[in-house]
Ligand binder design. Structure first.
Ligand code: KG4
Ligand code: ZN
Length: 343
């Protein structure tokens, strides 16, 4: 089955052609990040307009790179939510339009389901496994017993991990989105120089809280003054911040693996690009004899190929959606999956 996948949930216009939900023939991503950087965050109205301009050329490029035409496509899938509704609507409506005129089956996919199955495009993780999804909008732990079979074990109670990276980067004058910049500076810093809190470290739950960490960075900047925003102090602060986030994510993941009796771990989402987190999870996996699956960075951040993994599965199962499907801003993953099995 050759699937055309479209993803427009935030500030990336993305389209991919994927064979059997496993083999990427093309994976085109047009990022709006430079446009939003000026405003210090994603401006929803601008995102929608940019998607409108980019979506058709990006789909055209995905078909061209895959060396196929719409005549070869056997199913169309697109992100239905969660995300910015105006942005989602562009990709979803385009996908429905193509499905309608070509008389093709269509599936609206949950964005997080794409993230947590992205590793299937490189090295499929055998079920069951624990999945940690860490992105700009999500920090969630799931037990995954199969495609569409998810149990949420915990989530952030306030900011997502990526949000904490980006907000702290803004406080440190590193621009938006600054997760990647913190990562780069942290590589040359001392993670022990600034003691930062490890929120909910010992609470025994699978939940997270990162807003206090951002406040701790703000307090430190106020106390230490501008000198903490440059040179070695800045590198040390980035390293200290990254170590605090990594410590919490690794400790909670270790506890969840143990509680669920799981020996396979998937880490996904944009923050899974972070070198400190990748190192921390590799250490955890080695210490506990756990098999670790983290996609290549290009499949961790938003892309359309990952949407094709669950999309292809539901197309194959004939669990398709009709063309009245709407976009949703907020959509719990287990609910979305249960609804599809029940339809
Ligand atoms: O999954 P994603 O592309 O979009 C969402 O669904 O949110 O994740 C984007 C997030 C941003 O917060 C970005 O700063 C963060 O991932 N990110 C990183 C790194 N690369 C991307 N955070 C820390 N270290 C990185 N290397
Ligand atoms: Zn995402």
């Amino acid at each position: 089955m050759l699937t055309l996948a479209i993803e427009t949930s935030c500030d990336e216009t993305a389209a991919a052609v994927v064979r059997d939900g496993r083999e990427i023939l093309s994976n085109v991503i047009s990022s709006q990040v430079a446009i939003h950087a000026e405003y210090g965050g994603v401006v929803p109205e601008i995102a929608s307009r940019q998607h409108l301009e980019a979506v058709i050329p990006v789909i055209g490029e995905a078909l061209r790179q895959a060396a196929v035409t719409l005549d070869d496509i056997q199913g169309v899938v697109a992100t239905k939510g969660p995300g910015l509704v105006g942005a989602l609507l562009v990709g979803l409506s385009t996908a429905k339009g193509i499905a309608s005129v070509r008389n093709l089956p269509f599936v609206g996919v949950h964005h997080i389901e794409g993230h947590l199955l992205a590793c299937f495009l490189e090295r499929p993780a055998p079920f069951p496994f624990l999945a940690l999804v860490v992105s700009g909008g999500h920090t969630h732990l799931y037990r995954v017993d199969g495609i569409g079979r998810y149990r949420q074990l915990g989530q952030t109670l306030d900011d997502a991990a990526g949000e904490a990276f980006d907000k702290s980067a803004t406080l440190l004058g590193l621009g938006y989105p600054g997760g990647m910049v913190i990562d780069r500076l942290a590589g040359e810093g001392d993670p022990k120089r600034y003691p930062l809190p490890r929120p909910l470290f010992h609470d025994g739950s699978c939940n997270f809280s990162f807003s206090g960490l951002k406040t701790a960075v703000a307090t430190l900047v106020r106390k230490e003054g501008e000198q903490v925003k440059e040179g070695q102090p800045l590198r040390d602060l980035c390293a200290s911040f990254q170590a605090a986030v990594t410590d919490v994510l690794v400790a909670k993941t270790a506890a969840a693996l143990e509680a669920e009796g799981l020996s396979r771990l998937v880490v996904a989402g944009g923050v899974a690009c972070n070198s400190g987190l990748r190192g921390g999870m590799a250490g955890l996996a080695a210490a506990k004899g756990v098999e670790l699956f983290i996609p290549s960075p290009i499949l961790c951040t938003d892309n359309a190929a990952m949407i094709a993994v669950p999309g292809d599965f539901y197309l194959e199962q004939r669990l398709t959606d009709n063309l009245t499907l709407d976009a949703v801003a907020s959509w719990p993953l287990p609910l979305a999956a249960a609804h599809r099995w029940l339809q």
